[in-house]
Design a protein around this ligand. Structure first.
Ligand SMILES: [Zn+2]
Length: 170
């Protein structure tokens, strides 16, 4: 199975809100499996379609990183229903490799989403799963985690990235 190319900041596709997926049937299966394999190979615990250049509301998450075969989540058209509490932890993103910054997120999150066959379901996660649900949903809204860090830190990161882009190291 071919791995997909992960787009990096500041690729503009990462800033565009993704479009809802319509007419969901099993035909998305292969693509979502490629997304999951790309996530595992990266390695990462979540990947949203805009990160591979596809402006559709699709994401995969596995915060157990294959340890629990049932933990892999496929989210089609996810929406955050409820958030609760606060949790501050380091966060990273496959589109901004090698950087991590503390980000305050809700500690408990409930989303509703459709599965590969279009069936709606709800999922509630805490801590890392809550963070991943918010991080991937942000991606679908054209938002990166660096929008949750201070302007000072964000500018510093952007400056470092610009340097790496120039040096051909990005
Ligand atoms: Zn990300």
């Amino acid at each position: 199975m071919a791995l997909l190319k992960i787009r990096k900041f500041p690729d503009t596709v990462l800033k565009e809100p993704a479009k809802p997926v319509e007419n969901i049937d099993g035909s998305l299966n292969g693509f979502l499996e490629s997304m999951a394999q790309t996530m595992y190979a990266a390695p990462g615990v979540g990947l949203a379609a805009p990160q591979i250049g596809i402006g559709k509301r699709l994401a995969v998450i596995d915060v157990t990183f294959k340890e629990d075969p049932k933990a892999k989540l496929v989210l089609v058209n996810p929406e955050i229903l409820h958030t609760e509490g606060k949790n501050r932890q380091n966060e990273g993103c496959l589109s901004i490799p090698d950087f991590r910054e503390p980000v305050t997120r809700a500690n408990k999150v409930t989303v509703k989403a459709q599965d590969v066959n279009g069936k709606w379901f709800e999922e509630t996660g805490e801590e890392l799963l809550a963070r991943a649900l918010l991080h991937e949903t942000d991606h679908l809204n054209g938002k990166l985690y660096i929008s949750h860090v201070s302007a000072l830190k964000r500018d510093l990161m952007k400056r470092k990235i610009r340097k790496m882009v120039k040096a051909g190291e990005w």
